[in-house]
Design a protein around this ligand. Structure first.
Ligand SMILES: NC(=O)c1ccc[n+]([C@@H]2O[C@H](COP(=O)([O-])OP(=O)(O)OC[C@H]3O[C@@H](n4cnc5c(N)ncnc54)[C@H](OP(=O)(O)O)[C@@H]3O)[C@@H](O)[C@H]2O)c1
Length: 339
C-alpha cells in the first residue's frame, strides 16, 4: 500500500510516497481504508522536527483521519464493516484522567499516522462519525474539535450567556467559536486580518478585534464586556499572549492553555492569576469519551466544521506550506482519491 512518510531527515521537502506491506487486522483490530485527513499545527511541527526531534524516522505523519472499515478481526464489537470512522488522537486514552501511558499513544508520532492507504487500529482507537459530515469535515474532529470541546465544555463547563474569547481563526479557534455559539455564549474573536474577522462574524462571532492593530487587546476585550472581562479564553498563543489574556479574563474565569503559537517561554507577571482567582487549565486534546460526547452534540446541532481548503493527498507539502504561512482559515484537509 502507498503511504506518505517523513524519510531520511525532517523537513516538508522530505515527505515522500513510499510502499509498505498492507496490514491485516488481528483480534480486536479493525482495518480502515482511509478517505481524508486534516492537518494540525502539531503535524507541521512534527514534519519540521520541532515537535519531537528524537522521533525515529521514517514516520507516517498526521493524527487525524477518517475512513471506512473494510475488515474486522475476531472479537470486534464496537464497529462493523462499512462503518465510517475517525481515528482517535490518543489511541490509548479512552476515559478517565490522563496518565503518561495513556498520552504516549498518539498517532502521527510516536505511532505512525493517518497518511496511509489503509490503517489497522485497535477497535478502541476509532469512533463512528456523525452522518451529516463529509469525510473531510469529520477528519477535523479528533484533535482540533475535541481540544476546543474539552476547553469549553468538559473542563470549562460553559453555560448560556457566558462570554468566550477566541484567539485567531485557525482550526481550534473555529471549532471553539462553533461550540461556544451552540451553548448560547457570546464570542469575541481576535485575528491578524480584518478579512478573516469578517468571515468569523459570518460563522457567529459577535465582536472582533484585529490584534495587529490593537496589540493591547486584553483591555479592549474587557471594555467589550462592560469592564468585567470574559468567562473563558481559548488560549492558543501561549507565553506570548498570556499577559493580554490575563487582562481580558474576568475574576474567577478560566483560561484554557492550548497552544504556543506566540511562543512557549516569556518572562511575565503571574500576579493576576492569583489576584483574579483565575483558573489556568492546560488542555491536551481529550479522551475518547469526550470525543463521543462531542459527536452527539455535533450530530444534534448539525454542526459543520469549517474546512478552509482541501488538497489532494499528493499536495500535502503545499498544504503544510500554507499552514506555515498562516494563509488558512479554519481547517486544512487532505482528500485521498481512492474511489
Ligand atoms: N493542547 C492541545 O491539545 C492542542 C490541540 C490542538 C492544537 N494545539 C495547539 O494550539 C495551537 C493552534 O493550533 P491550530 O491547529 O488551531 O493552529 P492553526 O490552525 O495553524 O491556527 C493558526 C492561527 O492562530 C492565530 N494566531 C497565531 N498567532 C497568534 C497570536 N499571537 N495571537 C492570536 N492568534 C494567533 C492566527 O489566526 P489569524 O490568522 O486569524 O491571525 C493563525 O492563523 C498550536 O500551537 C497547536 O500546536 C494544542
Amino acid at each position: 500500500m502507498k503511504v506518505i512518510e517523513i524519510h531520511g531527515s525532517f523537513g516538508i521537502k522530505n515527505l515522500v510516497v513510499a510502499d509498505r506491506p498492507e496490514p491485516r487486522p488481528g483480534p480486536g483490530e479493525v482495518m480502515v481504508r482511509m478517505k481524508a485527513a486534516s492537518l494540525n499545527y502539531r503535524d507541521l511541527l512534527t514534519v519540521q522536527g520541532m515537535y519531537n526531534p528524537k522521533q525515529p524516522l521514517p514516520l507516517i505523519p498526521c493524527s487525524d483521519g477518517t475512513g471506512e472499515v473494510v475488515e474486522t478481526g475476531p472479537r470486534v464489537t464496537r464497529v462493523k464493516v462499512g462503518d465510517r470512522v475517525a481515528t482517535t488522537f490518543f489511541q490509548g486514552w479512552i476515559s478517565g484522567e490522563p496518565t503518561f501511558e495513556k498520552v504516549s499513544t498518539t498517532l502521527g508520532g510516536p505511532l505512525d499516522g493517518v497518511l496511509s492507504e489503509y490503517m489497522v487500529l485497535r477497535e478502541d482507537g476509532v469512533v463512528q462519525v456523525p452522518e451529516h459530515l463529509s469525510d473531510e469535515q469529520a477528519a477535523t474532529l479528533p484533535c482540533a474539535a475535541l481540544t476546543a470541546w474539552s476547553a469549553l465544555v468538559t473542563q470549562g463547563h460553559i453555560r448560556p450567556g457566558d462570554s468566550v474569547l477566541v484567539l485567531g481563526t485557525g482550526g481550534v479557534a473555529m471549532c471553539a467559536l462553533q461550540f461556544a455559539k451552540v451553548h448560547g455564549a457570546k464570542v469575541i474573536l481576535i485575528s491578524s486580518s480584518d478579512e478573516k474577522l469578517e468571515r468569523a462574524k459570518l460563522i457567529g462571532a459577535d465582536q472582533g478585534i484585529n490584534y495587529t492593530n490593537v496589540p493591547q487587546w486584553g483591555k479592549a476585550v474587557r471594555d467589550l464586556t462592560g469592564g468585567n472581562g470574559v468567562d473563558h479564553i481559548v488560549e492558543v498563543g501561549g507565553a506570548g499572549t498570556l499577559a493580554e489574556s490575563l487582562q481580558a479574563i474576568r475574576i474567577g474565569g478560566q483560561i484554557s492553555l492550548i497552544g504556543v503559537l506566540a511562543g512557549p517561554q516569556k518572562e511575565m507577571n503571574i500576579r493576576p492569576i492569583l489576584m483574579k482567582n483565575v483558573r489556568v487549565q492546560g488542555i491536551f486534546v481529550g479522551n475518547r469519551e469526550g470525543f463521543e460526547a462531542m459527536n452527539r452534540a455535533v450530530a444534534f446541532h448539525k454542526i459543520k466544521p469549517i474546512v478552509g481548503q482541501t488538497f489532494p493527498l499528493g499536495q500535502v507539502q503545499e498544504a503544510l506550506h500554507l499552514m506555515a504561512g498562516r494563509g488558512h482559515f479554519g481547517k486544512l484537509c487532505l482528500a485521498f482519491q481512492n474511489e
